[in-house]
Design a binder for this molecule. Structure first.
Ligand SMILES: Cc1ncc(COP(=O)(O)O)c(C=O)c1O
Length: 495
């Protein structure tokens, strides 16, 4: 009888059959799939290397080509590559493939660190598009296509544009409009859709960037779909990208021994979505609506929603339901306090805490319990705040932390840091570490960012101004994880 876990076929079924075949492994990996190979032994069953019948990711002609083709058809891209080093390596490869050494690149300022890392590797001069503030919530809005148009006019040397959509907070930009502008300038559009691997997989979800014409799209399968950590996809379409170069960078940046466990996980994820996507996405939508209904009456807790946005112009096209951005509006509360309460008192582990909000990531694998427990906890916390320290909250009030014009998940136009050196020059320069309190006016030699989301507050080469110091200190006081500041409170500055 067929084993239950083989029901979707594909790579997992082949690995599982090989494992049961009695064939003795005179090959890597060294655990030899032995049941005696330590505490992790039970995970080694399908962990093999590139033996006959199992293809080679860097030269896929058999079972891995078919698996990538399966993913490709699901997303409707022209070509899809498996990534075993996360979206990070898809972003690095994409940027390296479309830029020249020492050239320029136009990026939305709220891009993930990996975009900046590629720029450093390529010694690029970065040109920024600063997404405006979404006033109701104090987070980054979508990227305005008219700003991209203006900046490409100003910086015609940029061969490509990189935007993140959805953002860590679930804000989906109008990729169709951005693609039209980018292509009208004869440039390439790269969309970091790491957080949106689920988009476009079902009619009930917003379309993804591929459907809107982006040239290169990167998906972290592991973020919002049932797939192992580190698994991701890179899709390419159209004639603008040199695919030979893209493949060359993928060969360079990905391990020469890609994990079959990860690859089987990707294939199994794609097959699961194809088999059960419609029912699971419909369920997710229903649960999301119930969650919103339950939390609607909260006074101090507010869920970021598309429907709450005022009529005035905004640049997001949708708010991803896989991201529950839970804002807390109370003078003696912040994101960290809410995060700690959820963890410690309700045994609920959110994805991250920021200045005035907490982010919970939801997926098609969340059952009713996951949605309900969070909604119930939030309603209870809201009631407790009302009983213990009621106060008047203005609708749309944002936390004090944002009052200086800065915010998590991005730096708006109003708080634009001043760059006095190129990012790569500063990163490769001789540096020294100074206490944060003495850093004002110095030039950063490293990134400083809240993690997650990994969006730089400061990029190497920028002046550390008073606003940045105050923001970083506020995050540290809240106990948030700030990368780029050492345990004893020092930052790297150019000597
Ligand atoms: C917007 C964004 N892009 C890219 C990445 C990198 O993804 P991965 O962890 O799959 O390498 C992250 C990680 O959090 C991210 O938030």
């Amino acid at each position: 009888m067929e084993k239950k876990e083989d029901q979707y076929g594909g790579l997992y079924a082949a690995l599982s059959a090989y494992s049961r075949s009695g064939c003795y492994p005179y090959h890597m990996p060294g655990h030899k799939r032995s049941g005696q190979a330590g505490d992790m032994a039970r995970y080694y069953d399908i962990d093999i290397t590139e033996i006959d019948g199992f293809d080679d990711l860097h030269h896929a002609e058999g079972i891995l080509r078919d698996a990538m083709q399966f993913a490709n058809e699901l997303y409707g891209a022209e070509e899809t590559f498996y990534l075993v080093n996360g979206s990070t390596c898809g972003i690095l490869s994409s940027i390296l493939a479309v830029t020249e050494r020492g050239g320029e690149l136009l990026i939305a300022r709220n891009c993930h660190r990996s975009v900046y890392h590629a720029a450093i590797m390529r010694e690029l001069t970065l040109r920024y598009c600063y997404p405006p503030l979404l006033a109701e919530y104090g987070i980054c809005d979508g990227v305005p296509d008219k700003d991209i148009d203006r900046l490409l006019e100003k910086y015609p040397g940029c061969p490509a544009v990189v935007v993140t959509s959805p953002t860590y907070e679930g804000v989906i930009s109008d990729i169709g409009a951005i693609a039209a502008v980018v292509h009208a300038h004869g440039k390439i559009l790269i969309v970091d859709e790491a957080h949106g691997a689920h988009l476009g997989l079902d009619d009930s979800m917003p379309d993804g960037a591929l459907a809107h014409g982006a040239d290169l799209v990167i998906h972290s399968l592991h973020k919002t779909l049932p797939s192992m950590t580190q698994t991701a996809l890179l899709h390419v379409q159209g004639e603008r990208v040199d695919r030979g170069k893209l493949r060359a960078y993928l060969r360079m940046l990905q391990t020469s021994s890609p994990s079959y466990v990860m690859m089987a996980s990707m294939d199994s994820c794609m097959r699961y979505v194809k088999a059960h996507g419609a029912e699971r996405f419909a369920f997710m939508r229903r649960q999301y609506a119930l969650f919103c209904q339950k939390t609607e009456a909260c006074r101090y807790i507010r869920i970021g929603k598309m429907t709450d946005l005022s009529q005035k112009e905004h640049f997001l096209t949708d708010w991803d339901i896989a991201k529950l951005v839970i804002f807390v509006r109370h003078p003696s509360f912040d994101g960290r306090k809410l995060y700690d309460m959820l963890r410690q008192e309700y045994r609920l582990q959110p994805e991250m805490a920021a200045g005035d909000h907490v982010v919970a990531i939801m997926s098609i694998m969340d059952e009713e319990e996951g949605w309900q427990r969070l909604a119930d906890a939030l309603v209870q916390i809201d009631d407790r705040i009302e009983r213990e320290s009621p106060c008047a909250v203005q609708p749309g009030q944002t936390a004090a932390l944002q009052a200086d014009g800065r915010m998590e998940g991005g730096t708006p136009e109003t708080a634009k840091p001043v760059a006095v050196m190129g990012a790569a020059d500063a990163f490769f320069s001789v540096y020294t570490e100074v206490p944060l309190a003495e850093a004002e006016g110095r030039t950063t030699a490293d990134f400083v960012n809240l993690y997650p989301p990994g969006v730089p507050i400061l990029v190497p080469g920028e002046i550390i101004d008073g606003g940045a110091v105050a923001q970083i200190k506020a995050y540290l006081r809240m106990g948030l994880c700030v990368q780029g500041v050492s345990a004893d409170g020092r930052v790297a500055v150019v000597s």
